[in-house]
Design a protein around this ligand. Structure first.
Ligand code: PLP
Length: 366
């Protein structure tokens, strides 16, 4: 019997979840062997606590904060919700127009900070919004759909001028660019391990010195009373391990893919702004994003469209809508390269994309 043809499967959806780093698995297995609960006073408890605090030191150091100001959470979503709960009380909420749903849901009803056509926050608008009184501003460092990086240090200076607090969702930026709470001048950062090659289900909120973090989840007083619940020790150990790894160099492979796609008629969205080196948002005029995702998937290339909602369907992207892209917003896919991508894989993906564009865009030269 003939063997079925095997074709490579190429994962270009790292912004949904990064390819796991082997270092995380090693640390997690070791932590899984530690029997104790970090809250216990006996030897096993002390060993578990040492694992927890080593990871806390590593993650806090990676993001330019103090271990005592870091609270482990169940991921980026909870870290964002905790920030809005802890720092937004008694303040008006203002969020960027392209924030992730983690922030949009936690800060429902907030004032919306405009972005320009590249998806970059409009800082004059921020200053206008801040004249109305004490606020908590939530602005992401890098966008999950476009990779566009906001000018956080400048936004932080404006916030300080108006006595506002600034929470930064650094979930996508962490692991892909330098992220340092102190040099950004923000009040807090949300990060998530699985966007850095660590495990899913663990993240952290890191606050500037002196900021009280009022618990959202109360319980047994864990995390110094700031987040109840027994900490997910193996996952936290995996987070600690990836926090020590250097940022992967992708050697221009995103641009190699984007150049080939634009040669096929694609429009690269947000390309006029600073972006994460692993992310390209590419619209193919006249071809629905969902059709592109399915066609590429059948060719073994895994990308995503707009915001993939938890039902697996493709929802219309509020990010691309906020950038004023009109119908292109429904025709854009996100290509996000993982840390271990190779040139050979990108070239296979380029061939699949070109074949798709030729097939789905009538009139494109063969
Ligand atoms: N913030 C941003 C910018 C994200 O991209 C995501 C996940 O995609 C989250 C928050 C939520 O993080 P988590 O999946 O760890 O809950």
């Amino acid at each position: 019997m003939q063997k079925p043809e095997s074709r490579p499967v190429i994962y270009l959806d790292a912004n949904a979840s990064e390819v796991p780093r082997p270092e995380a698995a090693v640390a997690m297995l070791a932590a899984f062997d530690v029997a104790g609960n970090p809250a216990s006073v006996h030897g096993a408890g002390r060993r578990a606590r040492a694992v927890l605090e080593d990871a806390r030191d590593g993650v806090a150091a990676r993001f330019g904060g103090a271990s005592g100001d870091l609270v482990f959470t169940s991921g980026g979503t909870e870290a964002d919700a905790l920030a809005v709960h802890a720092f937004g009380a008694g303040r008006r909420l203002i969020i960027g127009a392209t924030e992730h749903d983690a922030i949009r849901a936690a800060a429902f009803g907030a004032g919306i900070l405009r972005v320009d056509g590249n998806g970059v926050a409009d800082l004059d608008h921020l200053a206008d919004l801040l004249t109305a009184g004490p606020a908590l501003v939530c602005l992401m460092l890098a966008n999950n759909e476009t990779g566009v990086i906001h000018p956080i240090a400048e936004a932080a200076a404006i916030c300080r001028r108006f006595g506002a607090r600034l929470h930064v969702d650094a979930v996508q930026a962490a692991g892909r660019m330098r992220v340092d709470l102190a040099s950004l001048g923000a009040d807090s950062l949300a990060v998530s391990a699985h966007k850095m090659g660590g495990p899913m289900g663990v993240g952290a909120l890191l606050a500037a010195p002196g900021l009280e973090i009022a618990a959202l989840i109360k319980g047994g007083g864990q995390e110094r009373g700031r987040r109840g619940g027994t900490p997910a020790l193996p996952a936290i150990a995996g987070f600690g391990a990836v926090a020590t790894l250097p940022i992967a160099s992708l050697g221009g492979l995103r641009d190699r893919f984007a150049a080939a796609a634009t040669a096929c008629g694609a429009i690269e969205i947000g390309a006029g702004a600073p972006r994460l080196a692993n992310t390209a948002c590419l619209a193919l005029p006249g071809v629905k994003a969902e059709t592109q995702v399915i066609t590429l998937d059948l060719a073994g290339i895994q990308v995503s469209a707009g915001a993939a909602c938890s039902s697996g369907k493709v929802a219309r992207s509020h990010v691309l809508d906020a950038m004023g892209l009109g119908t292109l917003a429904g025709e854009a896919i996100r290509v996000s390269l993982p840390w271990n991508i190779t040139t050979a894989e990108i070239d296979i993906a380029i061939a699949a994309y070109s074949a798709m564009a030729r097939r789905l865009r009538p009139g494109l030269a063969a």
